[in-house]
Ligand binder design. Structure first.
Ligand code: UDP
Ligand code: MG
Length: 307
C-alpha cells in the first residue's frame, strides 16, 4: 500500500465513552475529504476499555492504526509517538473528545494545499469548560507570550496540521519535557491559523487534572524561557533593598523593637531564598531528564502498521 496523503493522530487516555464516536466523526470527515488517510490512535496507558475498543476498530478498518504505550506517558508524548509513526504528507493532531471539531480538518487541508506548512487551530471560544479552566488557559497563554521570545500563537492547542517536512524536523528535537506546540513554533516554517469554536467534551471528563495542568504549564515556561531564573536575582536585589528601607524606617520612627524587625526580614529573606532555589531546582530536574536520555516513550504494541 502506498503512503496515505493524510495522517490523523489521536491521543487517547481513558476515553472509552468517546473513542467510537471519535472514530465515526473522523472517518466521516476524512472520507468526505477525498484524501487517502490513516487514523493513528495512541493509547496512552488507559485503564478502562479504550484499548479493547480501539482493537475492535482496527480489526474492522485497516486504515486505523494503533500504538499502545507501555504506560501513561502523557498527552504530549502520545502525540509525539503518533507523529513519529505517521506516514502521511500532512499530519493532523486532534484530541479524541471532539472538543476540536473534525469538520475543521478540510479547511486545514485547503490551507496546506495553498502552500502553508503549519495550519494551527485557533480557539475563538471555549464552550462547556469550567470558568477556572477558561481563566487559567487565558492567563497562561498570555503569560507565556510575555515570558518567551519564541512567537507561540495564543489560544492555540495541539489541534493543527503540519507538513511532512515539519514532522520530520520535529523528530530531531528529542526534548523530554515537551511542549509540542511551542517546539513547532520554534521550528519556524510557513504557518497560518484556522479559527474555530471549541465545543464541550462529547462525553467523559477531562484527563488534565490540576496537577497535570501545572506540570504542563511549567514545562512550557521552562522550555521556552529563562526569565524565572532572572526573577531570582531580581527578587534578591528587591529583598536587600526592602531590608535596608525597613531598617532605616525603624531607626527613624522606632516603631518596632529591633528583634521583631530582624525576625521579619530574616523570615522573608529565607522564604525568597527557598523560592529561588526551587526555581533553579526545576530547571536542574529538567536537565537531569535530558542527561539521563531515557527514551521519550515505550511502545508495548503496534497494530495495523505492517502491510
Ligand atoms: N490525553 C492523553 N494522555 C494524558 C491525558 C490526556 O493522551 O495523560 C489525551 C486525551 O485522551 C485527549 C487529549 O489528550 O484526547 C486531551 O485531553 P483532555 O481532553 O482531557 O484535556 P482538556 O481538553 O480537558 O484540556
Ligand atoms: Mg478535551
Amino acid at each position: 500500500m502506498n503512503n496515505p496523503t493524510v495522517s490523523v493522530v489521536v491521543p487517547v487516555y481513558n476515553e472509552e465513552e468517546v473513542i467510537n464516536e471519535s472514530y465515526r466523526r473522523l472517518t466521516e470527515v476524512m472520507e468526505g475529504s477525498g484524501e487517502t488517510y490513516e487514523l493513528i490512535f495512541v493509547n496512552d496507558g488507559s485503564r478502562d476499555k479504550t484499548l479493547e475498543l480501539a482493537l475492535k476498530i482496527c480489526e474492522n478498518d485497516k486504515r486505523v492504526r494503533l500504538i499502545d504505550f507501555a504506560r501513561n506517558f502523557g498527552h504530549q508524548l502520545a502525540i509525539t509517538a503518533g507523529m513519529d509513526n505517521s506516514r502521511g504528507d500532512a499530519v493532523v493532531v486532534i484530541d479524541a473528545d471532539l472538543q476540536d471539531p473534525p469538520e475543521v480538518i478540510p479547511e486545514m487541508l485547503a490551507k496546506w494545499r495553498e502552500g502553508y506548512e503549519i495550519v494551527y487551530g485557533k480557539r475563538l471560544k471555549r464552550e462547556g469548560e469550567s470558568a477556572f479552566k477558561k481563566l487559567t488557559a487565558k492567563v497562561f497563554y498570555r503569560f507565556l507570550d510575555k515570558m518567551t521570545d519564541v512567537d507561540i500563537p495564543v489560544d492555540t492547542g495541539d489541534f493543527r496540521l503540519i507538513d511532512r517536512k515539519v514532522c520530520d524536523a520535529l523528530k530531531n528535537v528529542p526534548e523530554h519535557n515537551r511542549y509540542v506546540r511551542g517546539i513547532v513554533s520554534w521550528l519556524g516554517y510557513k504557518s497560518t491559523p484556522v479559527e474555530f469554536e471549541r465545543h464541550k467534551r462529547f462525553a467523559g471528563t477531562t484527563k488534565y487534572p490540576l496537577k497535570k495542568m501545572i506540570r504542563f504549564a511549567s514545562d512550557a515556561i521552562m522550555s521556552f524561557s529563562y526569565k524565572p531564573l532572572k526573577l531570582a536575582s531580581v527578587l534578591g536585589c528587591l529583598t536587600c533593598a526592602a531590608s535596608i528601607i525597613i531598617l532605616i524606617f525603624y531607626a527613624i520612627f522606632r516603631l518596632l523593637n529591633p528583634a521583631t524587625v530582624l525576625a521579619i526580614v530574616g523570615i522573608f529573606a529565607a522564604g525568597l531564598v527557598l523560592l529561588c532555589l526551587g526555581i533553579v531546582g526545576e530547571y536542574i530536574a529538567r536537565m537531569c531528564d535530558e542527561v539521563r536520555a531515557r527514551p521519550l516513550y515505550l511502545i508495548r504494541g503496534k497494530i495495523n502498521f505492517d502491510e
